[in-house]
Design a protein around this ligand. Structure first.
Ligand SMILES: Cc1ncc(COP(=O)(O)O)c(C=O)c1O
Length: 326
């Protein structure tokens, strides 16, 4: 935790946390301690009213390390001995492998075989075992709770309360770094990041609007809330980090966590990756650029923090985006 970030009993006292998110005060307070070895990522002002919270600078290149570190530090001896297993589009896999290596425990990850090579290779380089499967097989494994037949302890990449509490620490830092914040914009995949930060902001009793963003190439939650049921969608987006399937347990959490949804056209997202690199000198992957692409659509002067959630993009894709802008 940053020197100067106060985290007293008084910061998290709202009953809204328990009611709205399912996270309690103690879980986030414990998470702040457990992840204190991680850097406090900068919140950089890019205009008079927009800040970028640079989670692409975390070890493993995304915010996911917050949640996994908190989850693993909370495990008992038997679970640690068994090692962990998770399922991931890529960044949760990197975070799990990194944290497992820190803790000296085993790690297995089930990944979409469409995951960018940079992510898959990174996971293997960290010593984890990768089960690389086609998307339908991964979804069937998740729906059938395939981890129950495995010896390792399963860490759900977004619905595990310890993972969400770990992600919530990002909002603790932001409140300290941008005291005048009135809006936090986050990308939404499974919804763990949004649920974690919203729990902290609501409990802090500050009037901060939480904006959830998805790409037009996979607007799962926008359509779920608009239509009342999850649509059958095949992802067609560069934001591979936000292509998690619908999870019932996240439905109510997101309903209370998110104050406003924004759908970013895929073309604007691609332009956003290029603009972040060329204008702001920030390397973001597709999902990592979603909040920025949404924030620049908002034509008001409300003090806004956009979370640049990850920077793990294949070099070839980045080259195409920065050279053509599409
Ligand atoms: C870079 C990036 N941004 C956003 C998300 C979405 O996070 P969540 O699944 O917690 O909504 C992910 C998930 O892996 C990610 O990797």
């Amino acid at each position: 935790m940053a020197p100067g970030v106060a985290w007293g009993e008084d910061r998290l006292v709202s009953p809204g946390m328990a009611a709205g998110s399912g996270l309690d005060n103690g879980e986030v307070r414990r998470a702040v301690d457990r992840i204190s070895v991680l850097p406090v990522t900068p919140a950089v002002a890019v205009s008079g009213h927009l800040w970028l919270k640079l989670e692409n600078l975390q070890p493993t290149g995304s915010f996911k390390v917050r949640g996994f570190l908190n989850a693993v530090r909370g495990l008992g001896r038997a679970d640690l001995r068994a090692g962990i297993v998770t399922v991931s589009a890529g960044n949760a896999a990197l975070a799990a492998a990194y944290v497992a290596r820190m803790a000296g425990i085993g790690c297995t990850v089930v990944m979409f075989d469409s995951a960018p090579a940079a992510k898959r290779d990174g996971v293997r380089a960290l010593g984890a075992e990768v089960l690389s499967w086609p998307r339908p097989r991964v979804l069937a494994w998740m729906a059938g709770r395939g981890w129950q037949g495995m010896p390792e302890h399963f860490v759900h990449p977004f619905a595990d309360p310890a993972v969400m509490a770990g992600h919530g620490t990002l909002a603790v830092e932001v409140l300290d770094q941008v005291p005048g914040i009135r809006r936090l914009v986050v990308p939404v995949g499974g919804g763990g990041l949004a649920a974690g930060v919203a729990a902290v902001l609501h409990a802090a009793g500050r009037a901060v609007e939480v904006v959830g963003v998805q790409s037009s190439g996979y607007p799962l939650w926008l359509r779920t809330f608009a239509e009342g049921a999850p649509p059958a969608l095949v992802p067609d987006t560069i934001a591979d980090g936000t292509t998690a399937p619908y999870e019932l347990v996240m439905h109510d959490r997101l309903r209370t966590a998110i104050d406003r949804w924004i759908e970013v056209p895929e073309a604007d997202l691609r332009a956003g990756v290029a603009e972040l690199a060329l204008r702001h000198k920030v390397v973001a992957e597709g999902a990592g650029a979603l909040a920025y692409a949404a924030a620049v659509q908002l034509a008001d002067q409300v003090p806004t923090v956009a979370v640049i959630s990850g920077g793990n993009i294949d070099g070839a894709r980045l080259a195409v985006l920065v050279s053509s802008g599409n």
